[in-house]
Design a protein around this ligand. Structure first.
Ligand SMILES: [Zn+2]
Length: 240
């Protein structure tokens, strides 16, 4: 199939090279096959355009918690798949939690050949709900099967949608399923662990006690704090 891998001079675009050995010549996979697979896996991860540039190297660290979070993420990627935990990144809006989660996802796809998937929590719920409409081509299971089964799932901004019996059921179905299958899940949330001085809702208020403790079992909790990252970097841009 010429032109499957256009531009590769090593195999002429076929994906295979002829290798000579004592036993004669045989076809062996060309290096471009692997590169192509990585590219496909990056596309398949559904990372939103806004976050496609996010790497561990370009994560802005403006305080110790951000420095520490990046260090842990780097170590994790290097050692993958030695550690069975995922991550739960907690912290206020705009400290770069999604950046870190996407950076880990992209690094593991590129460096370790991982298959991963990014989902915004609210978008996922909306997509599932859209299957309930009559005439929908998709089924609930059609959307959830990859979410259950993918090697690495990033679930961004959990708790962002008002809890209801249905929302809790979907989330616990996903989390318990991945926990039982020992799959890695990286989660971000703007809701704090404890109410703090303002006394606003906590992560437990948004996802329930049982799910919160399950998340703590399967994820290493990383707290990231700091000034609003987007605000600060925008201000930095405005300076000139
Ligand atoms: Zn090739």
């Amino acid at each position: 199939m010429p032109d499957d891998f256009p531009g590769c001079s090593a195999c002429g675009g076929t994906g295979f090279k002829i290798v000579e050995s004592d036993r004669g010549s045989k076809a062996a996979p060309c290096a471009c096959l692997r590169e192509n697979r990585v590219e496909q896996n990056l596309l398949g991860a559904r990372i939103p355009k806004r976050y496609l540039h996010c790497t561990l190297a370009n994560y802005d660290r403006m305080n110790l918690s951000q420095e520490r979070a990046r260090g842990i993420a780097e170590q994790y990627v290097k050692e993958y798949p030695r550690n069975e935990n995922g991550f739960l990144f907690l912290g206020p809006c705009g400290v770069g939690k999604t950046h870190l989660a996407v950076a880990i996802l992209q690094a593991l796809i590129q460096q370790k050949g991982v298959i991963g998937l990014f989902y915004d929590y609210r978008d996922l719920l909306k997509e599932i709900q859209s299957t309930f409409r009559t005439g929908s081509q998709l089924t609930e299971m059609g959307i959830l099967a990859p979410v259950f089964g993918v090697e690495l799932l990033v679930l961004d901004d959990i708790g962002a949608r008002q809890p209801s019996a249905w929302v809790s059921e979907v989330l616990s179905h996903i989390i318990h399923n991945r926990y039982n299958e020992k799959r890695i899940t990286i989660i971000t949330s703007n809701y704090p662990d404890s109410a703090g001085e303002q006394g606003g809702p906590t992560l437990e208020d948004r996802v329930g006690k049982r799910l919160r403790s399950r998340l703590y079992e399967m994820c290493k909790v990383i707290r990231v704090d700091g000034d609003d990252y987007r605000k600060t970097s925008r201000q930095a841009e405005y300076r000139f």
